[in-house]
Design a protein around this ligand. Structure first.
Ligand code: TEU
Length: 547
């Protein structure tokens, strides 16, 4: 029996360039990922994760490391072939691992054949596949829209005397979703991969697929301190350049395709935004097609570590959802964000892991976070990310969180026999899979324990969420309930010892340090060490194991 998405314990994100190199070119690839499937699931010492998501591995000139696609239905030779992907899919499915791919609908590469045609002349049949506009009378760009990466979002095309729009790099021209032919093309891409057997798609940067058709200027952001960085993305309120009137309709059409297949899903990339309230934003995305699609919740990435902060955002978010319909997708790291352990601290990262795995829905784990990987230190000569290269030294680049997976203590950490495309992060001689597998108190052991719990008991995916006790600056407690089953997640988010009293005694299910016992008294009294967290089953309402 294969698992359904609703039973999946977690989704594990693989950045394919950095997971495993199989052909000694210093870049990870699909055959490398195939070789590492036993690490993911099915062996006694596996991590034990039910689903994986690959960042893009499609044909691409790699201006944005694959988020600039030049053939949506093929694999970049660096990563392998379509045959390799089919083998990966089969072998993953044999282990009952679901496979999600990335889908980049907002923009293609400027080397995509559509764009090559589109830019060739104003009357080319593919001209309207992209967003073109005349200059203002003084020759300047059509409006003030800005690229996410800074500077105008418009690039001049000399040959045809118009500008084209690029929300990201100029090598990533925005597709014109208001053109029905583009929508059909992209729907065909979705069908292609679903027909091949992928279990899901993560849809990149979807907020931008619908824009103001009148191309009105975005208003200035009054909160922004104008200065030398006047063309920074934050200087405007992006009310016209994204979240256009047809966004949810276009997503609905796409997800209707997903819904026509058995047990497939689409996850939307969406960060909290200043345009709508968080509530409207989430419910907008959940409203698209709740049975098969849902947005990530990235709020935990931006919010400082702390009991009050997490309690507030999680409780508010849970309160918005209809538990029988909406699947929360909590995410505390990805390939665009500083590493979790670097952002919140090493001990604190364990608390976040236990909290995340104690929450409902489908949690997402970024590769390497399960061994506590930290940001890599990137020397100026080693910078790869175009965002960093554009404005070096501002620390905006994403290389630090994309360093190779640390498998063992060999010179290139077991990732490759050749020098990797990004350096191995410091500390890899201890912080690696081989070492942590032998350590009963490691991050890896903690993640294995937590994923095992989510495998054994569906209360984790499906139970109700409730906060428990008074709001407290140091300790955040929530309970989960499914029928007669009841568990408590108790999180000491302070650097001091703390006590807490639960309504009953119970059984310890997991703790941030797997080798340490967190005692719970018969009357429910729990003592926690600094940054210690634990999950307890309530003595009076025990769990039923999944058969
Ligand atoms: O990111 C979209 C997005 O919103 C990011 O720009 C994000 O705000 C920023 O990176 C935070 O640091 C997606 C991909 O995840 C990213 O890797 C791509 O560069 C981008 O789309 C373009 O496809």
């Amino acid at each position: 029996m294969h698992k359904q998405w609703s039973d999946v314990n977690a989704l594990y994100q693989i950045y394919p360039r950095s997971f495993q190199d199989s052909n000694a070119d210093g870049v990870g690839d699909l055959r490398g990922a195939i070789a590492r499937l036993p690490y993911l699931k099915g062996e006694p010492d596996s991590l034990g994760v039910d689903a994986i998501w690959f960042s893009p591995f499609f044909t691409s000139p790699m201006a944005d490391f694959g988020y600039d696609v030049s053939d949506y239905c093929n694999i970049h030779p660096l990563f392998g072939t379509l045959e390799d992907f089919k083998e990966l899919l089969d072998k993953a499915h044999e282990r009952d691992i679901k496979v999600m791919i990335d889908f980049v609908p907002n923009h293609s590469s400027n080397e995509h054949p559509w764009f090559l045609e589109s830019k060739s002349s104003k009357d080319n049949l593919k001209r309207d596949y992209y967003v073109w506009a005349d200059p203002k009378p003084d020759g300047s760009p059509p409006n003030n829209w800005l690229s996410i990466f800074g500077g105008s979002a418009w690039e001049w095309n000399e040959q045809t005397g118009q500008y084209y729009l690029h929300t990201f790099l100029k090598e990533q021209p925005d597709l014109n979703w208001d053109n029905p032919a583009v929508r059909q093309e992209m729907q065909a891409v979705v069908r292609f991969w679903l027909d091949l057997g992928v279990d899901g798609l993560r849809a990149d940067a979807v907020r931008w697929i619908s824009k103001d058709v009148h191309r009105r200027d975005d208003p200035r952001n009054p909160a922004f301190n104008a200065g030398p960085q006047a063309d920074e993305f934050g200087s405007l309120l992006h009310v016209h350049s994204r979240f256009g009137p047809n966004l949810f309709k276009y997503l609905r059409d796409l997800t209707d395709i997903v819904a026509a297949y058995d047990d497939r899903i689409m996850i939307f990339e969406d960060y909290p935004d200043d345009i709508f309230t968080t509530r409207d934003q989430y419910l907008g995305f959940y409203g698209v097609n709740p049975k098969v699609s849902m947005p990530f919740n990235f709020e935990g990435i931006g919010i400082p570590f702390g009991a009050e902060n997490y309690r507030r955002f999680i409780t508010e978010f849970q309160g918005m959802l209809n538990p029988s319909e909406h699947t929360p997708v909590y995410c505390f790291g990805n390939h665009d964000q500083q590493r979790l352990a670097s952002r919140v601290g090493e001990e604190q990262a364990r608390v976040v892991a236990l909290m995340q795995m104690g929450l409902p829905g489908l949690p997402v784990v970024y590769y390497g976070d399960e061994i506590g990987m930290k940001n890599g230190l990137i020397k100026p000569s080693e910078i790869q990310d175009p965002v960093e290269l554009r404005k070096p030294g501002l620390g905006q680049g994403r290389d630090p969180e994309r360093t190779p997976m640390q498998w063992d203590d060999s010179v290139f950490a077991g990732f490759s026999t050749a020098r990797p495309w990004l350096p191995i992060a410091h500390g890899a001689e201890k912080r690696n899979v081989a070492h942590e597998s032998k350590d009963n108190d490691s991050y890896l052991t903690l993640y294995q324990d937590l994923l095992q719990l989510r495998t054994d008991y569906t209360i984790f995916q499906k139970g109700d969420y409730e906060t428990f006790g008074e709001a407290d600056a140091n300790v955040y407690v929530f309970s989960r309930r499914l029928g007669e089953e009841h568990i408590f997640v108790v999180l000491n988010m302070s650097g001091k010892r703390r006590k807490f009293t639960l309504p009953h005694g119970g059984r310890l299910l997991a703790a941030t340090h797997p080798s340490r016992i967190v005692a719970i008294a018969k009357d429910g009294k729990v003592k926690l060490r600094p940054y210690e967290a634990a999950i307890f089953e309530c003595a009076k309402h025990p769990l039923r194991e999944v058969l």
